[in-house]
Design a protein around this ligand. Structure first.
Ligand SMILES: Cc1ncc(COP(=O)(O)O)c(C=O)c1O
Length: 391
């Protein structure tokens, strides 16, 4: 299979980890030789309930036997999408009552950027340095990392950048601004939390000048940081919330959420302001509904903070300079990038899955399933410490 993988499937790095997967269950991925790999990455924060969670698997099976795709987005009334968006609205602040379901995080970002332009009639978008919002042209335009996007220029015009957490830069947002897009916690940059009321101040400025605040919670959303959504930590409610990844228990999904009034602007001038064939797909919506019910009907969110404490207690080592992030969205900042590479690659050989962050080469990602047990956390952390001891 390896040879065919390299020949027929596109790779985006010269050295993929190339784990040959047989099946996966709970916190483990099993390779084709039968070895269990402890998963501290969860498909890059997507498998929030671990692999093959019975509630999610059952919901998918039940739905696939009823009906799969029947119509393009938004034309027919389909129970899974209706039930999901209604439940989601009941868990969000009042203004976030209407959801547009799409197929991936980056598509949701595209929709949010279009909505900001359409609703305000303005073009300027502010984003943050070192931001990551996805890889399609609009998302790439608001990525704050020139090295990864310059080869694809020209991108969409009228995008300006401010440093994340720089309160002095907020004044640059003006009546010309359509929207400000920020990750609630910066992911690719190294799991950087907002501080000094940065988000509250951004919120205030957006309200003052009539710009829409878009918060990208594609990674921290759905309980990963100890709240259902990370903005709940920072006294800041966005106009448009963008979600994805952990939302559907490992199925491909994204969504943007806003007020009913804002969303109505997608209905005319022009009509069909954002369309998609598979958005709101009933199987994905059923998986999303099962995932959201499981996250909110159990203690998983509260346990996330206990699990964070356990990680922080166990992961003390002179080569770990800092542990950034919140809940189960943690980044080990190592002494230098060679240590980070050594840790990830050695752990892979020893069947512990760790991964890099996009723009912070000293960082090692720890974003396990929310369902990970204390025993599994302890075993993985002991392995990390032992690898670092031998460095
Ligand atoms: C914060 C953030 N925004 C957007 C995206 C893009 O999501 P997708 O890969 O589903 O397009 C990601 C994915 O890593 C992300 O972490």
């Amino acid at each position: 299979m390896k040879e065919d993988f390299y020949k027929h499937q596109t790779q985006t790095t010269p050295h993929p980890l190339a784990l040959e997967v047989s099946h996966a269950k709970g916190s483990y991925i099993y390779d084709t030789e039968g070895h269990a790999h402890l998963d501290f990455v969860a498909g890059v924060s997507a498998c929030s309930l671990g692999h093959c969670h019975p509630r999610v698997s059952q919901a998918i099976k039940d739905q696939v036997d009823k009906y799969a795709h029947v119509m393009v987005y938004g034309e027919y009334i389909q129970e899974p999408a209706v039930s999901y968006t209604k439940l989601l609205a009941s868990l969000l602040p009042k203004n976030l009552e209407t959801t547009y379901l799409v197929n991936s995080g980056t598509e949701a970002i595209e929709g949010a950027l279009k909505l900001a332009r359409r609703a305000t009639g303005r073009t300027e978008i502010f984003a943050a340095n070192h931001a990551y919002h996805g890889n399609t042209m609009g998302s790439l335009s608001v990525m704050g990392y020139e090295e990864r996007k310059s080869a694809f220029r020209p991108l969409i015009p009228d995008v300006r950048f401010i440093p994340f957490n720089d309160n002095a830069a907020i004044a640059a947002i003006t009546e010309k601004t359509a929207g400000v897009i920020l990750e609630t916690i910066q992911g690719g940059a190294g799991f950087i939390e907002p501080k000094n009321n940065f988000l509250t101040k951004i919120r205030k400025r957006c309200t003052e000048v009539g710009a829409l605040l878009i918060l990208d919670e594609i990674q921290p959303g759905f309980g990963r940081t100890g709240k259902l959504f990370a903005f709940e930590h920072y006294n800041c409610i966005p106009d448009i919330l963008v979600i994805g990844k952990g939302m559907a228990g490992g199925m491909p999904v994204g969504a943007f959420v806003a007020s009913h009034k804002l969303m109505q602007t997608l209905q005319d001038a022009p009509k069909l302001g954002h369309i998609t064939t598979f958005g709101g797909n009933p199987i994905i919506a059923a998986a999303s509904l099962a995932t959201l019910r499981e996250i909110t009907e159990t203690q998983l969110i509260a346990e996330t903070l206990e699990k964070e404490k356990l990680f922080r207690t166990l992961l003390q080592h002179k080569l770990i300079k800092e542990i950034r992030g919140r809940g189960l969205m943690l980044a080990l900042i190592l002494d230098h990038l060679e240590v980070a590479n050594h840790l990830i690659l050695t752990a892979a050989k020893e069947k512990l899955i760790l991964f890099w962050l996009l723009f912070e080469p000293r960082a090692v990602r720890i974003s396990p399933p929310l369902t990970i047990s204390n025993q599994e956390i302890t075993a993985g952390c002991e392995q990390i410490i032992s690898i670092l001891d031998q460095y």
